[in-house]
Design a protein around this ligand. Structure first.
Ligand SMILES: Nc1ncnc2c1ncn2[C@@H]1O[C@H](COP(=O)(O)OP(=O)(O)OP(=O)(O)O)[C@@H](O)[C@H]1O
Ligand SMILES: [Mg+2]
Length: 237
């Protein structure tokens, strides 16, 4: 079953064509990587998927619904970690977890999710007093607390220390094993290669390449996704 369908999606901000005719589909249980240079249109695309922005053109379907029109229905089944998402500084970690759990139809046990993400000892701490990586971990935990069918993660591990990064990969592996569909925006090619079934390489608002990491390395005659990505970037200059 197809969980995400995007057809000819375009979105501009004034004169800036952020997304310019993008088409892709994500199947249930798939982990789909969204890669590309700064300003390539990755965040704009995922914001259209989660219903935060209305496309200028094209068709978007997420879990069978139009997220721009039926945002709440989609949001109850989807976990989102946004690049720019912030919480009130004075909100405490445990409070955030408890409140977010109530937004879903079938929430998981928020205390258990907190422990899994190594936030148990920070329950009483205010969001504004957390370190960058702790904030990032909390945002991830909040995206997962509702037991979502689909998770959208914009720069999953940016700001995490190397150990936390690896632990996060393991947890995403568990999510995959449980059949959850994942959309992962990333600048880390090792992460995309490890976690993603397929990746789309965005370039100036368009998809320059799409396939499994192995297909992209094969196509470019390279040995790793990082090398393939650099070769594609060079090709398109
Ligand atoms: N709110 C906005 N208003 C005006 N222009 C915007 C806005 N958000 C993004 N843009 C522009 O749209 C383009 C795409 O931005 P977007 O945030 O989608 O890129 P991105 O691929 O997520 O980049 P990054 O890797 O830096 O996060 C950029 O040129 C950016 O300057
Ligand atoms: Mg972005």
């Amino acid at each position: 079953m197809t969980v995400i369908e995007v057809e000819d999606l375009s979105k501009s901000y004034g004169d800036t064509r952020a997304v310019d005719g993008v088409t892709f589909a994500v199947k249930r249980g798939e982990t789909f990587g969204v890669l590309g240079h700064n300003g390539a249109g990755k965040t704009t695309t995922v914001e259209c998927l989660v219903g935060l922005r209305r496309p200028d053109r094209g068709r978007v379907r997420v879990l069978g619904e139009d997220p721009a029109r039926r945002r709440r229905a989609v949001a109850r089944r989807m976990g989102v970690q946004l690049q720019e998402g912030e919480l009130p500084d004075r909100m405490r970690v445990a409070e955030a977890m408890r409140v977010f759990a109530t937004l879903y139809d079938r929430p998981g046990d928020w205390r258990e999710v907190m422990e899994r993400w190594d936030l148990g000892h920070l329950g009483g701490k205010a969001y504004g007093d957390l370190s960058g990586g702790q904030k990032q971990r909390l945002k991830l935990a909040l995206a997962l607390v509702g037991g979502p069918e689909l998770v959208v993660l914009d720069e999953l591990t940016t700001g995490l220390d190397p150990v936390a990064r690896r632990e996060t990969w393991t947890l995403i592996g568990d999510l995959k094993a449980s059949g959850t569909t994942v959309v992962l925006v990333s600048h880390f090619m090792d992460e995309a290669e490890e976690l993603c079934d397929r990746v789309a390489v965005f370039r100036r608002g368009r998809i320059a390449a799409l396939g499994t990491p192995r297909e992209l390395t094969g196509r470019t005659g390279t040995g790793s996704l990082e090398e393939a990505y650099l070769a594609l970037a060079e090709e398109r200059r």
